[in-house]
Design a binder for this molecule. Sequence first.
Ligand code: TMP
Length: 210
Amino acid sequence: MAGIFISFEGIDFSGKTEQARRLFETLRTAGYDAELLREPGGVEIAEAIRHILLDAKNSGMTDRAELLLYSAARAQITKEKIQPALAAGKIIVADRFVDSTTAYQGYGRQLDLDFVRRVNLFATWATLPVITFLLDIPLEVAAARLRQSGKAADRLEREDHDFHQRVQQAYLQMAQAEPARFAVIDGTPSMDAISRQINETLRRRLGLRI
Ligand code: TMP
């Protein structure tokens, strides 16, 4: 049986990582064979690439190197983990996937969108999520959460307001263009309220018993 591929997207501090984790726990509790993955990373080679990508010291990285490194990490996790898991009938819950590259490198860095689309397909052998939750929050909320977290901003989080605004707008535009795959969720209510909405969407759209 083919598995189910679910991804979470959103700007930094949208709460998607916590929601992906909650969904993974819910699925496991309901008896589903699920795997939680994060991108970039999830397998050894991709985690090493993640380190290069997020290290604030690498401020000289070119936009093209950035696109290719995210894609390299993705090609590795797709072949090593995602495809075998789906073939075994598992549910994959991914914290980011190709839409992050479209939003951040395509729209954020303003690289050629058609090229980005082709690289995304190349890096994934066109293995794509059937449903993508976009957690949408205003940029001011994201900035306040970054301050509250007290953590040092990574290389991408250090980008300016315009960059993050392009990314956020791109996500909404992408969701509008593909309403059958995307589910846009308001990321500002409580974590519990958001989880309930995600679970309800999965019951409705995919018939999951959660
Ligand atoms: P994370 O904070 O969700 O783990 O993501 C790491 C950073 O990498 C985040 O700022 C978004 C960025 N990113 C891209 O720019 N392109 C991509 O393809 C992916 C997967 C992440």
